[in-house]
Design a protein around this ligand. Structure first.
Ligand code: NAD
Length: 469
C-alpha cells in the first residue's frame, strides 16, 4: 500500500501510526496516511510562526509565489487529479478540473490589485486604513472538494501575509499532502505545513495559542465546536458550514430546457456539495413534467468508479455518509414519500448509491429538514409563491438558494426574499474566485473569495496622522 508523509517546516515527516485511506469505488484501503501526534502539530505551528516575519514583509514576493503555485497546480493537474479521484471517488475529469480550478484561485489572488484606503487627506490630516496579516492560520477542510476548498483558504491567507497549517479530512488527506510536497520549492519552509489525522488534530490546531485565525469548512456541528474552542483566546474564525439549499421552480419554465441544469445542480459530485440543490420546490403546473425530465436524466447518467472512462457520477465518499443517505431515503419512504427513481444501494463493495428522486416530500421528513449531502433529492409540490418562500426559509441553514423562471425579473424579486448567502436565478452553484461566498444563519460566519475573502485574513489598522508637532 502506498504510504504518504506529512509536510512540516519544508520537510516530509512520517509518523509512528497510520490510518488507512479507503478507495470508495472499491470500499477497500489503498494508501496509508500518517496520524499526527501532538508534537507534530506543535512543530508545524511553531514552524509557521518562525516563517511569519519574513513571509509577511514582502507582498511582491508573495504575489510571485502565488503565481508560481498556480503554475505548479496546472503542471501537475493530472497527477493530483488522479489521486483526488482515487481518494474522493469523483470522476477523473472532475478531479482534474478541480485542481485546475484551484489554480484559478491562486492566479486571482496573485493578480488582485488593491486600492489604497485613504479616508482623509488634506493639509492638516491623513487617515489611512492598513491591513495586516493575522498570523499563523489553521485551514481545516472537508472531504467533498479537498483541493478546491484548500485553495479558497490558502490563496487569500498567503496573499495577506499569513502562514498556514492545513488539516485535511481523514477521508481525503492525500491530495493535500501531495500538493504540499509539490510546492516545496515554491513556498519557503514553514509557510505551508500539513498535518493529518482526525478531530483531535483539528482541535489541537484550534486551541494552539500560536494560531491566530481558523478558516474552517465542514459541518454545522463541528463548526460550533470550532467556534467554542476559538473563543478561549478570541481567535478570528471563518466558518463555511452546511446547507440545505432550496430551488424554487415557477410555472413559466420549460421543463425540458432546465432539467439538465437542475439535475446537475442537485446531483453533481453525487450530491456531496455544500450548495447542492437539497430541496426542490416545484409549482404544481409543471411538477409532473419536471419530475419526469429529472428521472429521465437520472436513468441516463453513468454511475461508476471515477477512473472508468465515461463515468459521470462516482460513489459516495465514505461508509458513514452512505449509511446516512440510505437512512434518510428509507425514512422518507416510510413517511409516505414515493421513490421516482433510485432508492436502493447499488450491489458490490463500493459505496455506490444511484441518483434518487423522492416525490410527495414535505416538511417534517428528515430528508427535507436535514442536510442529506448525497444523491437523494426530495421534491415538494407548491401552488402559492409567498407560501413557498416561507417554506424555503423555514430552516436554520442559509447557504444558497435558487429560483427558476422564464420571467427573470420576477425570479430576481423572489430570490431577494430568500434567506441565503447566495441566491441564483436559473442556475445554482456558480462560484468564482472574485465572487464573495458565505452562508447566513447557521450556514456560517464570514466570507470566502473576492476582496471580502482576502480581508477575512487581515486585521485592520487605522493610521491617523496630523501634520506638524
Ligand atoms: P466535518 O465537520 O465532519 O469535518 C470537517 C473537518 O473538520 C475535517 O477535517 C475534520 O477532521 C475536522 N474536525 C472534526 N472535528 C473537529 C474539531 N473538533 N475541531 C477542529 N476540526 C475538527 O465535515 P465533513 O463531513 O468533512 O464535510 C461535510 C460538511 O461540510 C457538510 O455539512 C457540508 O455542507 C460542509 N461543507 C460546507 C462548505 C461551505 O463552503 N459552506 C463546503 C463544503 C462542505
Amino acid at each position: 500500500m502506498r504510504r504518504f508523509r506529512m509536510f512540516i517546516d519544508g520537510r516530509e515527516i512520517d509518523a509512528a501510526d497510520h490510518d488507512e485511506v479507503i478507495d470508495p469505488a472499491r470500499g477497500e484501503p489503498f494508501a496509508l496516511c500518517p496520524r499526527a501526534t501532538p508534537a507534530h502539530v506543535e512543530e508545524a505551528v511553531a514552524a509557521a510562526a518562525r516563517a511569519l516575519p519574513s513571509w509577511r514583509r514582502d507582498e511582491g514576493a508573495r504575489r510571485e509565489s502565488l503565481a508560481a503555485v498556480a503554475s505548479v497546480l496546472l503542471a501537475h493537474a493530472d497527477e493530483v487529479g488522479r489521486l483526488l479521484c482515487e481518494e474522493q471517488g469523483k470522476p477523473l475529469a472532475a478531479a482534474v478540473a478541480e485542481v485546475k480550478s484551484a489554480a484559478r484561485w491562486f492566479s486571482y489572488y496573485a493578480e488582485l490589485e488593491l486600492e489604497p484606503e485613504e479616508l482623509e487627506d488634506d493639509a492638516q490630516k491623513r487617515v489611512m486604513v492598513r491591513r495586516h496579516p493575522l498570523g499563523v492560520t489553521a485551514a481545516i477542510t472537508p472531504w467533498n472538494f479537498p483541493v478546491a476548498l484548500l485553495a479558497w483558504k490558502l490563496a487569500p491567507a498567503l496573499r495577506a501575509g499569513n502562514t498556514v497549517v492545513a488539516k485535511p479530512s481523514p477521508f481525503t488527506p492525500l491530495s493535500t499532502l501531495l500538493l504540499a510536497s509539490l510546492l516545496r520549492d515554491v513556498l519557503p519552509p514553514g509557510v505551508l505545513g500539513v498535518v493529518t489525522g482526525g478531530a483531535e488534530v483539528g482541535q489541537q490546531l484550534v486551541t494552539s495559542p500560536l494560531v491566530r485565525k481558523v478558516s474552517f469548512t465542514g459541518s454545522v456541528a463541528t463548526g460550533k465546536r470550532v467556534m467554542a474552542s476559538a473563543a478561549a483566546d478570541l481567535k478570528r474564525v471563518t466558518l463555511e458550514l452546511g446547507g440545505n439549499d432550496a430551488a424554487i421552480v415557477l410555472p413559466d419554465v420549460d421543463p425540458a430546457a432546465i432539467a439538465k441544469r437542475l439535475f446537475w445542480a442537485a446531483f453533481g459530485n453525487s450530491g456531496q456539495v455544500c450548495t447542492a440543490v437539497k430541496r426542490l420546490y416545484v409549482h404544481e403546473e409543471v411538477h409532473d413534467a419536471i419530475v419526469a425530465a429529472l428521472v429521465d436524466q437520472a436513468r441516463r447518467v453513468k454511475l461508476g468508479p471515477g477512473l472508468d472512462p465515461g463515468t459521470q457520477l462516482g460513489p459516495i465518499n465514505n461508509a458513514p455518509q452512505l449509511a446516512r443517505v440510505i437512512d434518510l431515503v428509507d425514512d422518507a419512504r416510510a413517511a409516505g414519500g414515493s421513490i421516482a427513481c433510485g432508492g436502493e444501494r447499488s450491489p458490490g463493495a463500493g459505496y455506490f448509491y444511484p441518483p434518487t428522486i423522492v416525490t410527495g416530500a414535505r416538511a417534517g421528513m428528515r430528508l427535507v429538514d436535514e442536510e442529506q449531502f448525497g444523491p437523494a433529492l426530495p421534491v415538494l409540490r407548491f401552488s402559492d409563491v409567498d407560501q413557498v418562500v416561507d417554506d424555503a426559509n423555514r430552516t436554520s441553514f442559509g447557504l444558497g438558494a435558487s429560483v427558476w423562471a422564464d420571467d427573470v425579473e420576477r425570479a430576481v424579486e423572489i430570490a431577494g426574499r430568500l434567506e441565503a448567502g447566495t441566491a441564483w436565478v436559473n442556475h445554482h452553484q456558480d462560484v468564482a474566485p472574485f465572487i464573495p461566498f458565505g452562508g447566513v444563519k447557521q450556514s456560517g460566519i464570514g466570507t470566502e473569495n473576492g476582496v471580502a475573502g482576502l480581508f477575512e485574513f487581515t486585521s485592520l489598522q487605522v493610521l491617523n496622522v496630523r501634520s506638524g508637532a
